[in-house]
Ligand binder design. Structure first.
Ligand SMILES: C[S@@+](CC[C@H](N)C(=O)[O-])C[C@H]1O[C@@H](n2cnc3c(N)ncnc32)[C@H](O)[C@@H]1O
Length: 257
């Protein structure tokens, strides 16, 4: 598999992959975290309980934070200095490194697990899989997680249809599993229910951190965000005060052969 996302041309794919740092603080403030049970299931795919874990494409540290709470030593690799700067300010216990999935700045067999939150779809997997296998110890695990709105609740589906969001979700549904690689056993998959307390204002602020919004023109972004706010203000479940955004966390994990 090359570095393109189904439905997006390579140039746009690259721009979107590099778009997040422009809104690093908003990303840290508004994007959801990952449930501990989902991270734990990912790590449990290793032959022995992991001590050293790489948060790959770490962004502002949503995965790192969850891993630290589980008591493991965390190294974060991230290409965008603004995203990594946000991480180092809030999570000084994490070892931060600038790098990419295609070129991980770690020695061979350095970690027991590699965890990727909301970013596997940005990787050039032909180059990333051998790199991930190289830095993993024998018996180590790679786990990829995505948070996406639980559309069975009704209104999140309506909202997403209105503003045509959730590229990650579309990417996910294009694959029943992740592409296989000779260095890994086939992926196992599990989903977990999750939720995040929200207001209409904070949900609109989250939508503004999605890559398709970040690469849109200012006018297009404003129109879409206004449409979202108008919907949330008239929808009974979201019109007043705090509400829970229902989230599904999907996890794929594969053991290194
Ligand atoms: C949607 S954010 C996810 C950040 C964090 N993992 C999380 O769960 O909140 C995607 C991240 O992937 C990073 N990224 C994009 N292309 C990458 C690549 N080829 N290798 C490593 N990271 C990449 C971006 O800079 C961005 O921080």
């Amino acid at each position: 598999m090359n570095s393109s996302t189904p439905g997006i041309e390579p140039e746009l794919h690259a721009r979107r992959a590099a778009s997040f740092g422009a809104e690093a603080a908003a990303y840290a403030a508004h994007r959801p975290d990952y449930p501990e049970k989902a991270l734990a299931w990912g790590l449990a795919g290793a032959r022995k309980s992991p001590d050293r874990v790489l948060d790959l494409a770490a962004g502002t540290g949503k995965v790192s934070e969850g891993l630290l709470a589980m008591g493991v030593a965390v190294t974060a690799v991230e290409p965008d200095p603004k995203m990594l700067g946000q991480l180092t300010r809030t999570l000084p216990a994490v070892t931060p490194l600038i790098g990419t999935a295609e070129r991980i700045p770690l020695p061979d067999e350095a970690v027991d697990a590699v965890v990727v939150g909301q970013a596997f779809h940005w990787f050039d997997l032909d180059r990333a899989y051998p790199e991930i296998a190289r830095v993993l110890k024998p018996g180590g695990v790679v786990a990829a997680l995505w948070n996406h709105d639980d559309e069975s609740a009704g209104w999140p589906a309506e909202l997403n249809a209105l503003i045509k969001t959730s590229m990650s979700r579309r990417w996910l549904s294009d694959y029943r599993s992740l592409p296989e690689h000779e260095a890994f056993e086939p992926f196992e998959k599990k989903t977990f229910g999750h939720k995040q307390p929200r207001t209409a204002e904070s949900l609109v602020a989250t939508l503004a951190t999605h890559s398709h919004m970040l690469v849109a023109t200012a006018e297009e972004r404003e129109t879409k965000l206004r449409t979202a706010r108008e919907f949330l203000d008239r929808n009974p479940e979201t019109a007043s005060g705090e509400f829970d955004l229902p989230i599904t966390t999907t996890v794929f994990r594969a053991l290194k052969r």
